[in-house]
Design a protein around this ligand. Sequence first.
Ligand code: ACO
Length: 425
Amino acid sequence: MSSARLTYDGKEYDLALIEGTEGEVGIDVQALRKVTSGAITYDPGYGNTGSCSSAITFIDGEEGILRYRGHSIEQLAERTRFIEVCYLLIYGNLPTEDQLQRFGEQVTRHTLIHEDMKKFFEGYPQTAHPMAILSSMVSSLSAYYPVGEDEEGMDLNIVRLLAKAKTIAAFSHKKSMGQPVVYPRNDLSYTQNFLHMMFALPVEPYEVSPVVDEALNMLLILHADHEQNCSTATVRMVGSSAANLFVSISAGINALWGPLHGGANQAVIEMLEHIRRDGGDYKKYVDKAKDKADPFRLMGFGHRVYKNYDPRAKLLKGAADGVLSELGVSDPLLDIARELERIALEDEYFVERNLYPNVDFYSGIIYRAMGIPTEMFTVMFALGRLPGWIAHWKEMRADATTRIHRPRQIYTGENVREVLPVSER
Ligand code: ACO
């Protein structure tokens, strides 16, 4: 089969097929509008639209498979450090020892932010959501660093962004606590440095717990990429206008913030807390989620792509027990989450719609055990997703066939009409 045949207005059109390395098939509709004199494909929410071809991440939502550059998420989570996964996503292969040493050192050396940018934090109210700070600050990096995008300049900005985003994230947490910011330390790894900037105080050193460090490493890896999701598609959309790396990623951060996307991790904990305060009646909340007249949804459940258990949620569910017990934390929200999941997965409504826990369902419980406040959860997701966004932006830029992203629409408004003087309207 080399083409698909479409019958439209009594005529037949052959549309070329495009096939991926895992056998997925796309029908190339680029010529459709031209050959049919104006008909477009219609797919609100892009549920079935391939907006690009990409060699970064493969997902089989039916089978619950996720691979970065061909490596399974399970092996990456078990065997690598986040900095290696950053390199893998952005440059295509896991780094050799030399490459890792050079890349890690560069990211470490660029962790400081410009001293003038530190003053920005003073301007935000203490209640500012850290996602608002993160997106504005990442956008502001383009005011401090040249955005000329030859290969060398691009690589340097990639390193800067990876290095500085975690400093900005930790400083925004310090701001919310009313504490002085803590500078990074060049002797620490990526994850240790972040934890140090989050939790150290000038009056008290902070010893990074290996359990917390390992948990953070795994969480960041699990969030690192997920092909054309809402925020990554946003990064590509903005970047397709030739906008620079920093502002394109800042747009992705804003897209991630929404509770239907990355903001769900905060919303899950708020939901579990609400259920606990309400006496722990799980059934009531499962019923509310099923009631079409009630806007309530089970946060952390459902996914556009996974029609099977999200492999990231599986890993996190397994890790939650271990991390909490190693840290000696007991959290009633974990019990509520497990019960809620059990009841939902037995319920016909959830079974019929293939609604399973997604990555956000258990991640918040681990973040809580690590001492990370709820408002920071989506920032944590953004730090993890950063290499994915960067990889997609870079891939799009390198692709000579990239065109500015510009969907079409079906217009449903008024037909042409006269502008009447105000007294006659
Ligand atoms: N609770 C109750 N019902 C749900 C839920 C949920 N969490 N999710 C989907 N459904 C139902 C819908 O009402 C719909 O039912 P219907 O067919 O009877 O109308 C059906 O399942 C399909 O749902 P859609 O909204 O059409 O699925 P879509 O692919 O557009 O949305 C989304 C996916 C946004 C993730 C959705 O499942 C949701 O809102 N989940 C809760 C928020 C969440 O956890 N988001 C994080 C996603 S993971 C991530 O972004 C990192």
